[in-house]
Design a binder for this molecule. Structure first.
Ligand code: GLC
Length: 610
């Protein structure tokens, strides 16, 4: 008899899945339970999603083309609730956005939520945002408009109010074994010796005392976020069921939050352990069986050598996509340094990775900028890590001569003198200072810088992700300081409410909103209509013998593209000798690429058709 689709998918993968599961858990009955549930979730998946699965299986490169543009937002900030988002899909489409990342929206406890990253119930939507039915209605609307929806799957920890944590707090051993409890101070000391802290100032230490059961519990992030013990197969199985449940609500992209942290072994830094890869690989296999339309986006905020392994190998893939975090922070380093040498080196590393590795590129996200630069290289050039970070933080706060940026430090650690940085793109580009000072020239510079950075973003291979509000140059929002649940987390400075009152100005002549909205729209339009921006095009840095200018070359069978980006506030020469006639993609004018002068904070996108 002919095998069903499910049987075929399962038959192709069961051996590897079983092998990996047994390697970690050596537990036949739990594996059998997992398989039963894999089948159940497949049965429960609705027909519309099954059709999508089939079409994406036929076209596995669907997410690798140049026509994708993402936007991320907090639902409450952007549209109040899930129903509100449905009403704003036209606006998102006007932005040419076809991937939306909605920040955590599952049930959480106000004041102990870490922006929603402390989940109380994986099967319930936060009441103020709506219901599961609303989510399904939204994802169905999006599907009709060919838009994909991304959500966070916070798998490293639960809220201390999750039902498992509540039972564990009461001393129920079955539930305690789903977390890491201990009452041996020696163990804790040893753990702290090897494991760096995530929030050294806002949440110091890796353990939190639990009065009720007289144990310490592992809390790598905030004290109310209890790390799950994936050494326990019950935890893995149940979290997989939660993942599949959410996938079946019509989610297209699952962002696996803080994935490097999910496996812990005393005496190691508890980051990126081999078992993490086994778990991600199993999730990939399981999703390919139940919901092959779904993509895994790994949140690995680390340097490229540690990030790339999360793609797995072509034979044994793990994540479909990863964040290009090092390029993001190195871009801001280039802004402050007015020098692109380190950025160029970083891009050379990225360009040398296999073409199959797909990155999500961005200028800003909801988190701080962590300055995870290539410090060994900087040190070989005589720049030490601590003073260099201090310079960057001074620069972006606007304290360094010549800086027009505004923003705030995050997790300023008095001991290591380390700090991260928060601010919106527009404020970091100088728009906030310019508007405050009513300085037209500064305003022009800020807009030019902002657009140049967006052009650079759109030039990179992968999926560009905009932060909602950046399209109209939204500024830092200091109101979080008056909010009892937010005042001590400066990341809220760039997580402001979307300014619908300013949004109409994008249609009004002479406004900053119009300059940015139209500028970014034009870039997106060009990017979507030229195959040279496709991931499969070759991509290299391009030397114009001036470190103040970043040069990028993209090439495919149809065309040769040159992008030049001036990271300084002065006109800069680009020493370049290209054969043939190019077209300026923004103006449509013909031009020769021979020794050019690039305006202050300017950029050029030029293409020669073959
Ligand atoms: C991720 C999120 C961040 C959150 C952390 C803990 O890094 O991006 O906002 O604080 O996970 O869940």
């Amino acid at each position: 008899m002919k095998k069903t689709v499910f049987e075929t998918r399962m038959a192709d993968r069961i051996d590897e899945l079983k092998w990996l599961y047994m390697e970690l858990y050596d537990n036949d009955s739990m594996f059998a339970e997992l398989c039963d549930n894999i089948y159940r979730f497949h049965q429960e998946r609705n027909d519309s999603l099954k059709r999508l699965d089939a079409s994406r299986e036929q076209d596995p490169a669907w997410y690798r083309r140049n026509d994708l543009l993402g936007m991320m937002f907090y639902i409450e900030n952007f549209a109040g609730n899930l129903q509100g988002v449905r009403g704003k899909l036209d606006y998102l489409q006007e932005n040419q956005v076809n991937v939306i990342h909605m920040m955590p929206f599952l049930d959480t406890v106000p004041g102990r939520s870490d922006g929603g990253y402390a989940v109380k119930d994986f099967r319930k939507i936060r009441e103020d945002l709506g219901t599961m039915e609303d989510l399904e209605a939204l994802t169905a609307d999006c599907r009709k408009r060919h838009m994909s929806v991304c959500m966070d799957f916070v798998m490293n920890h639960t809220s201390e109010d999750h039902e498992w944590a509540v039972k564990a707090r009461e001393g129920d051993g079955e539930y305690m074994s789903r977390y890491f409890f201990c009452n041996d101070p020696g163990y804790i000391q040893e753990y702290e010796r090897h494991v760096p802290q995530v929030f050294p100032t806002t949440a110091p230490g890796n353990f939190t005392w639990c009065e009720a059961n007289q144990h310490w519990v592992l809390t790598s992030f905030y004290p109310y976020q209890w790390d799950l013990n994936y050494g326990n197969p019950r935890v893995f199985n149940e979290m997989v069921y939660n993942f599949l449940y959410l996938a079946n609500k019509g989610i297209d992209i699952i962002r696996i939050d803080a994935v490097p942290y999910i496996w812990k072994i005393l005496g190691t830094p508890c980051r990126n352990l081999q078992q993490v890869h086994t778990i991600v690989r199993m999730m990939r296999i399981i999703s390919e069986v139940v919901c092959p339309a779904v993509l895994l986006l790994g949140e690995v905020v680390m340097e490229p050598v540690k990030v790339a392994p999360y793609f797995g190998t072509p034979e044994k893939p793990e994540c479909h996509m990863l964040y290009n975090v090092t390029t993001m922070c190195t871009t801001w380093n280039a802004v402050a340094m007015q020098d692109t040498v380190l950025l160029r080196q970083q891009l050379d590393i990225m360009n040398s990775l296999p073409k199959n590795d797909l990155f999500l590129n961005y200028l800003r996200c909801h988190d701080d900028i962590g300055w995870g630069l290539d410090f060994p290289t900087l040190e070989s050039w005589g720049q030490q890590e601590v003073p260099h970070k201090r310079f960057l933080n001074q620069y972006f706060q606007g304290y360094f001569p010549g800086s027009e940026s505004r923003g705030e430090l995050y997790n300023d650690d008095p001991i290591t003198q380390d700090a991260r940085f928060c601010g919106t793109t527009a404020s970091m580009c100088g728009l906030e200072a310019a508007i405050f000072e009513q300085d037209e020239a500064k305003m022009r510079r800020a807009l030019d810088k902002d657009l140049m950075l967006h052009a650079f973003l759109m030039t990179q291979s992968g999926i560009p992700m905009l932060y909602s509000g950046d399209e109209i140059g939204q500024l830092n929002d200091y109101s979080y300081k008056e909010h009892p649940q937010k005042y001590d987390d400066s990341r809220y400075i760039h997580r402001g409410v979307f300014r619908w009152d300013l949004e109409p100005l994008r249609k009004q002549e002479g406004t900053t909103q119009k300059a940015l909205f139209e500028g970014i729209s034009q870039l997106v339009k060009i990017r979507k209509s030229h195959s040279v921006f496709d991931c499969d095009a070759a991509s290299y840095t391009y030397d114009v013998h001036n470190p103040k200018i970043l040069g990028m070359l993209r090439e495919n069978a149809d065309s040769r593209f040159i992008g030049l980006f001036n990271f300084t506030g002065e006109v800069q020469p680009a020493w370049i000798q290209e054969e043939g006639e190019f077209t300026d993609l923004l103006t449509g004018k013909k031009l020769e690429l021979k020794d050019l002068a690039l305006p202050a904070n300017g950029f050029l996108w030029a293409v020669r058709e073959k």
